[in-house]
Design a protein around this ligand. Structure first.
Ligand SMILES: *Cc1c(COP(=O)(O)O)cnc(C)c1O
Length: 390
């Protein structure tokens, strides 16, 4: 068998399992209405929660910095890649997250991998929520510590695992702040209490919460008024740009700078991205009206869909999963939405459990009321057509 034959066979298996993926081509900037594969669609699956990815002021800031500092950063942070914009942004993030210090990574994925592979050591244990993001799972796999999974956001399960793991040197609870497939919020106040009681450290990945949750958009820590040991985040979602970060004590940041391999051996993000992210955080801090506007839209969509008879998961976050049931109907639903000019993907097993296939909607502050109305009317029509609602 040739190399390509072997791979074709493996792809065939992926197709048979209904898990084959393909790319869609966007021909426009990230805004609510985009040209997807050549046709106009209202996009309800973007992470650009505050609409900042296309903000003219931020683009201007990036252009200015591009002209001054060039395209690429030319090296890792520890060689030639560290500009004043990287340092300014880190101070801005620390200040925004109300932490002592912050460290910039090239992505949230790499930030999680860097923290989890360097911080816990052999003889330690990671207690990880069942629904944590792939980058946390991969970080746990890289770690020399053992991993124990607790039931999703279930404090009885977490407490039980904490009792069962007393023999380990150190325990680290690691959780998403907002869960990407269910739209649930980690009960951080309760997690912090358990951590204190059982002498464990807490690591939170606030990728979907940064810019969205809390009075000042600082994330789940602000929402619950707590201060976990390590707060990870991304600049690629509500912040609208790219890059990941870790915030915490100065000692933690000094440690990661010296030990996190995804920091040490990675080229620094472009200075223009840092300058734009700096300005974006300013906007987020002052953007209470944008967040309130977003929350209003979240509530309208959730309440209306529920009133129609749909089963909707999650809490008040921009991630709104509408449960369809079996995988085939979900795909059919998504196709029909597309025919209505709406882009929202079907999420199937193994990403979600059997029988819980869903349309995963996300909404942004940039969507207008007409677009939301069109979404809701389409859901009603398709739901009736497929005899899911009356
Ligand atoms: C998106 C996401 C990441 C990855 O962030 P990137 O900056 O896109 O690499 C990590 N964790 C969670 C929970 C996410 O949703």
């Amino acid at each position: 068998m040739s190399f390509d034959q072997w791979l074709t066979q493996r792809i065939e298996k992926t197709k048979q399992a209904g898990l084959y993926r393909r790319l869609r081509t966007m021909s426009t900037a990230p805004q609510p209405q985009m040209v997807v594969n050549g046709t106009k669609q209202i996009v309800f699956s973007s992470n650009n929660y505050l609409g900042l990815a296309n903000d003219p002021i931020l683009i201007e800031k990036a252009l200015e910095t591009l002209n001054e500092f060039g395209l690429g950063s030319s090296g890792s942070r520890l060689t030639t890649g560290n500009t004043e914009w990287h340092e300014k942004l880190e101070q801005r993030i620390a200040n925004f997250k109300k932490m002592e210090a912050a460290l910039l990574f090239s992505s949230g994925y790499l930030a999680n991998m860097g923290v989890l592979s360097s911080l816990p050591v052999k003889g330690d244990v990671l207690l990880s929520d069942q629904l944590n993001h792939a980058s946390i799972i991969d970080g746990c796999r890289l770690s020399k510590a053992e991993t124990v999974i607790y039931q999703h956001a279930d404090m009885n399960s977490l407490a039980q695992k904490l009792r069962e793991t007393q023999k380990y040197n150190r325990r680290f609870i690691v959780t998403d702040g907002v869960f990407s497939m269910d739209g649930t919020i980690a009960p951080l106040d309760k997690i912090m209490k358990l951590a204190k009681r059982y002498d464990a450290y807490v690591i939170v990945d606030d990728a979907h919460a940064t810019g969205v949750l809390g009075e000042g958009g600082r994330g789940t820590s602000e929402l619950f008024g707590v201060s976990p040991d390590v707060v990870i985040g991304t600049l690629s979602k509500a912040v609208g740009i790219e890059g990941g970060f870790v915030s915490g004590s100065s000692v933690l940041i000094d440690f990661l700078l010296n030990h996190a391999r995804t920091f040490i051996f990675q080229t620094a993000v472009p200075p223009a991205s840092c300058a734009a992210a700096y300005a974006a955080i300013d906007m987020i801090e002052k953007g209470k009206d944008k967040r309130e506007n977003l929350l209003r839209k979240i509530k309208i969509i959730k309440n209306t869909l529920e009133a129609m008879g749909f089963k909707v998961y999650g809490q008040d976050t921009p991630i709104i999963p509408v449960i369809i049931g079996d995988a085939e109907t979900s795909v059919q639903f998504s196709k029909k939405l597309q025919e209505n000019g709406i882009y929202a993907p079907a999420i199937r097993p193994p990403t979600v459990p059997n029988g819980e296939s869903r349309i995963r909607l996300t909404v942004t502050a940039a969507h207008n009321d007409t677009q939301i109305e069109h979404l809701l009317t389409s859901f009603k029509g398709i739901g009736r057509e497929l005899k899911m609602i009356t």
